[in-house]
Ligand binder design. Structure first.
Ligand SMILES: [Fe+2]
Length: 226
C-alpha cells in the first residue's frame, strides 16, 4: 500500500505549519460596573413578582421561572438592562448590506429563582439571534467556592459530535496549543452578564447551596426596519 510505504518518509518531510482558527463562536463575557442600584432594583421587582405569581416551567427543574414579560413588570431597570444586552449583541452582529442600527431589536426577559436542588437542562433559545443571562445573586457563592455548591453555568461545543467519535478521548488541538473541551463552565459572580448565540446549547448544573440564587435571562432578536 503506497500509504504505508510513505508513512515513514512523511515523518522526515519538513513542513511549515500555520494553524488557523475557523468558525468562531463569539461569546460576550461581561461584568456590570457600578450597577448595584440597578441590580438591587431588579432583585426587588423579582421578589415582588415571585410573591404574586406562580411562574412557568421551562428548562428549569425546581425553582421559580417568571413569565417572559419582565420588561413590562420590572419597569425602567429591566428596560436599561435590555438596552445594555442589545448593545452588546449589536457589537457581535453583522448584517449584509445594513447596519445593526437598521434593525429593530426585540427583547423578552424573565427571572429565575433557584433553590437548593435546582438546575437548568441543556437547551437553546430557538427563533432568536442571541441569548443572555445576568446573575444578581449567586446564593451561597459569596461564602463558599462554586465547587462546593455547584450550580455552574456551562456552554457546549456546538460541534458536539466531534467528542462522540470512535475514540471519545479525542480532542481538537486549539491554535493556542491546548486541547479544546466539548463543554466549558463559566466562572460567574453577581453582575456577570453573558451574551451568546441563541443556538448555542447551555445549561446550569444542580445547585446545592442553601440560599436561593437569582438570575435574569433574555431572548434577543432583530427585525429589519421597514
Ligand atoms: Fe437559556
Amino acid at each position: 500500500m503506497p500509504q504505508q510505504n510513505n508513512q515513514h518518509r512523511f515523518d522526515q518531510i519538513k513542513v511549515e505549519a500555520s494553524p488557523i482558527s475557523l468558525f468562531e463562536t463569539p461569546i460576550a463575557y461581561c461584568q456590570i460596573k457600578e450597577g448595584d442600584e440597578l441590580m438591587n432594583e431588579l432583585e426587588q421587582k423579582i421578589r415582588e413578582r415571585k410573591a404574586a405569581d406562580e411562574g412557568l416551567r421551562r428548562s428549569n427543574i425546581g425553582g421559580w421561572h417568571s413569565d417572559t414579560e419582565m420588561i413590562d413588570w420590572a419597569g425602567d431597570a429591566a428596560q436599561r438592562l435590555a438596552e445594555t444586552a442589545v448593545n452588546v449583541a449589536k457589537r457581535l452582529s453583522h448584517f449584509k448590506e445594513a447596519s445593526p442600527d437598521n434593525y429593530q431589536w426585540l427583547v423578552r426577559m424573565w427571572a429565575n429563582v433557584t433553590p437548593s436542588g435546582g438546575l437548568n437542562h441543556l437547551h437553546t433559545h430557538p427563533g432568536n439571534l442571541w441569548a443572555a443571562v445576568l446573575y444578581l445573586d449567586m446564593g451561597d457563592d459569596a461564602d463558599h467556592p462554586l465547587d462546593s455548591v455547584g450550580g455552574r453555568f456551562y456552554l457546549e461545543d456546538p460541534r458536539f459530535p466531534m467528542s462522540a467519535m470512535k475514540d471519545t478521548s479525542f480532542r481538537l488541538m486549539g491554535v493556542n496549543g491546548t486541547p479544546q473541551q466539548y463543554e466549558t463552565e463559566m466562572n460567574l459572580t453577581r453582575g456577570s452578564l453573558v451574551v451568546f448565540p441563541a443556538w448555542l446549547r447551555h445549561g446550569v448544573r444542580v445547585y446545592t447551596g442553601e440560599r436561593e440564587r437569582i438570575s435574569i435571562a433574555m431572548n434577543i432578536d432583530a427585525r429589519r426596519k421597514a
